[in-house]
Design a protein around this ligand. Structure first.
Ligand code: LLP
Length: 419
């Protein structure tokens, strides 16, 4: 459930009309709803009630805007970060360092040191050499780095290939069969306080069974590690819960997920950690856009909007579906293709889609754009970097400026030897 709904024929974000934001901030613009973010954060936590002490680390890659992070920090969420840049954001937003988990397959030594010096709560090690490097850096500082080992369970998450992470040939984690030996070697290093394992098999999961299978193999691994004398106190179960992108689509709820986790982790006796991203932010945002032209097409007209693949990359990258709705629908429908201004055929949001009839100058939204939207934006075709707005009841604030193409050009220079 979200807080984007129609009142008297106009779409509102909470109590703010989207046409007001379009008039005052311009389009394209991402619009987030604080109430929706808070609701999702609450519902996800409630789904996991009954699991004892848990740790919630919002995967900030989904939407790292500082204002969004502040909302979630206020809801008691920590952060799952995958780069020094994300770590800096989580800290800047006021997330306590000890609530931050550092994931990612390519952390540099500098990033590991940054994490240590910031006093973060946990490093999720992706492979043995990374663990050895972290142990060295920590040891030099007289520290023991809290860490878990990420394992790859070789499970097909049943999601888009580009966002699947738990298959044997994906780049993530160590093969679960190799984990006991690697764990033993890392646990012996004085610079590490190795305390458990981590897993994350993919994103936009619509079926809980692959997750349950993966968690079962983690359960067997924990037993094996304990039998070898290791103390296992933390297990990070990752993120991945999907959200509905199409009206009427039904996905497992946080409560369904919680019930599965309760079943799958029975008797583990550890602190469970979670890294939800999309399920928190996805439905809490829309991309507000304006129709520039309606251009005749061979079979269907092309609705050319002012948002493009550089603003919302998901359809071009993953053939992802985002519902499209007029801000002030007339009640008429049309079958159309929806595309942006970028000079690639890939800059197409939908083909032959049954949509609200729209014409030049009309406003519309792509829904469910709060996760992996603005954060994946680029300036391709020398377009401005899309701005972001956070709505809270009847007020809103621009929480990220539109960065003009001229500003970006200002960071470039032609060397004076290039005559
Ligand atoms: N933890 C780890 C280690 C991850 O790699 C990810 C996502 C998450 C947590 C959060 O997953 P979520 O709960 O959001 O599914 N750009 C793609 C999604 C990439 C996800 C990458 N990893 C998209 O737009 O669909």
């Amino acid at each position: 459930m979200d807080h984007f709904s129609y009142r008297d024929g106009r779409m509102f974000a909470e109590d703010v009309a989207l046409d007001t934001i379009a008039a005052e901030v311009g389009t394209p613009v991402y619009v987030y709803s604080r109430a929706t973010l808070e609701r999702h954060a609450r519902v996800f936590r409630e789904g996991l009630s009954g699991l004892g002490k848990i740790h919630l680390a919002y995967a900030i890659k989904a939407n790292p805007n500082l204002a969004v992070l502040r909302v979630l920090a206020n809801m008691g969420y920590g952060a799952d970060v995958v780069s020094g840049g994300e770590l800096a954001r989580a800290l800047a937003a006021g997330m306590p360092a000890h609530d931050i988990v550092f994931s990612g397959v390519g952390k540099t030594r500098e990033e590991l040191a940054f994490g240590l010096d910031s006093g973060i709560g946990q490093f999720n090690l992706e492979h043995e050499p990374e663990g050895v490097a972290l142990a060295e850096i920590a040891h030099q500082r007289g520290l023991r780095a809290p860490a878990v080992l990420r394992v790859n369970p070789d499970v097909d998450a049943g999601t888009h290939a580009k966002i699947s992470t738990g298959k044997a040939d994906n780049k993530f984690g160590v093969a679960i069969a190799d984990a006991p030996a690697i764990y033993a070697r890392l646990a012996a290093l004085p610079g590490l306080a190795l305390r458990g394992v981590a897993i994350h098999i993919g994103s936009q999961l619509g079926d809980l069974r692959p997750l349950e299978t993966a968690y079962a193999s983690v359960g067997r691994l924990i037993a094996e590690l304990r039998a070898a004398g290791h103390e296992i106190s933390h297990v990070d179960l990752g993120g991945g819960l999907g959200v509905p992108y199409r009206e009427g689509e039904s996905l497992p709820s946080p409560a369904d997920y919680g019930a599965m986790v309760t079943r799958a982790t029975k008797g583990w006796d550890v602190e469970l950690m979670f890294e939800p991203g999309r399920v928190i932010a996805g439905n809490a945002g829309v991309l507000l856009t304006k129709v520039l032209w309606v251009k005749p097409g061979v079979r269907h007209p092309y609705v050319i909007v002012d948002a493009a693949m550089n603003d919302l990359a998901r359809p071009a990258l993953y053939d992802a579906w985002h519902d499209f709705a007029a801000v002030a629908p007339s009640g008429e429908r049309m079958i159309a293709n929806i595309a942006g201004p970028v000079c690639e055929s890939g800059d197409t949001f939908a083909m032959a889609r049954d949509i609200d009839a729209v014409g030049e100058g009309d406003l519309a939204v792509f829904r469910t754009a709060g996760a992996y939207g603005a954060t994946m934006a680029s300036t391709y075709n020398s377009r401005a970097l899309v701005p972001e707005v956070l709505v809270d009841g009847d007020r809103y604030a621009v929480v990220a400026d539109r960065i003009a193409a001229q500003t970006i050009m200002g960071a470039e220079r032609v060397p004076d030897w290039l005559t």
